[in-house]
Design a protein around this ligand. Structure first.
Ligand code: KIV
Length: 271
């Protein structure tokens, strides 16, 4: 007798448009490996981003800038192997799409071909619209990213909050990306009032990070939300678990058991 696996309906770019229309908040997290992606997919997360934040939480760099396309491809392949329901998006890392459109398109095509991801995320407002349009026209889904763009850290002069003096230019950016065909837009580091205004002014869903409660969905970095990354904690991060502490306690117990000879005991040895 064969055991039939319950059919899982996987999400696609249209799912998010419907969720916005139904006022159904979109839940998103980053993930970079098979095991983590499997856990959050089973928990029911809607979208998983293989973010270039991997440079900081996986590689220990000070910014996202050193991350390469090869690294994003490597991590996206692992995540894709795990996920059955969530929609997976892969970040285009710094330097892979800013220099010229042909190179950007080739890099995005490579990312899609090698990982089978359905959409990529690129940072940028109005200036990124021609690239968004081109990618969408050849069949690659695009998630936009405006406000605080971590790949611009050197010219921004540090991490700061956008939209404090009004949402006008951010709305222009969001509209340009929407008109170019992006299926959703990440709003990062934007005042709550401005994010709410942007969200009301565009038709595609907004996904906030450090952008208050007025967005259509929220995203956080896996290692932040579960308390694994402890170097610093931005104000917008909420720890839903303290996994670093749990691992620390368990690791000490393991060390003691090995030192004392309590592990492995008979239950964990072969006769
Ligand atoms: O790289 C990343 O993880 C991101 C999200 C935090 C939006 O861009």
């Amino acid at each position: 007798m064969s055991v039939q696996k319950e059919a899982t309906q996987s999400l696609n770019i249209n799912s998010f448009q419907k969720m916005k229309e139904n006022n159904d908040k979109i839940t998103c997290l980053t993930a970079y490996d098979y095991t983590s992606a499997k856990i959050i997919d089973n928990a029911g997360i809607d979208l998983i981003l293989v973010g270039d934040s991997l440079g900081m939480v996986i590689n220990g760099y000070n910014s996202t800038l050193p991350v390469t396309l090869d690294e994003v491809i490597y991590h996206t392949k692992s995540v894709k192997r795990a996920v059955e329901r969530a929609f997976v998006v892969a970040d285009m890392p710094f330097g892979t799409y800013q220099t010229n459109i042909d190179e950007a398109v080739n890099n995005a095509v490579r990312l899609v071909k090698e990982t089978e991801v359905a959409a990529v995320k690129i940072e940028g407002g109005k200036e990124a619209a021609p690239l968004v349009e081109k990618l969408v026209s050849i069949g690659i889904g695009v998630m936009g990213h405006i406000g605080l763009k971590p790949q611009m850290i050197n010219t921004m002069g540090g991490y700061k909050i956008f939209g404090k003096d009004g949402a006008e230019s951010l709305i222009e950016d969001a509209k340009a990306i929407e008109e170019a065909g992006a299926f959703s837009i990440v709003l990062e580091g934007i005042s709550s009032k401005s994010s709410t205004e942007i969200t009301k002014n565009i038709h595609v869903p907004t996904i906030g990070i450090g952008a208050g409660n007025g967005c259509d969905g929220q995203i956080l970095v896996f290692h932040d939300v579960f308390g694994l990354f402890t170097d610093f904690k931005p104000k917008f991060v909420k720890h839903y678990a303290n996994v670093a502490e749990i691992i620390n306690t368990a690791a000490k117990e393991y060390i003691n058991d090995v030192k004392s000879g309590a592990f492995p005991d008979e239950n964990h040895s072969f006769k």
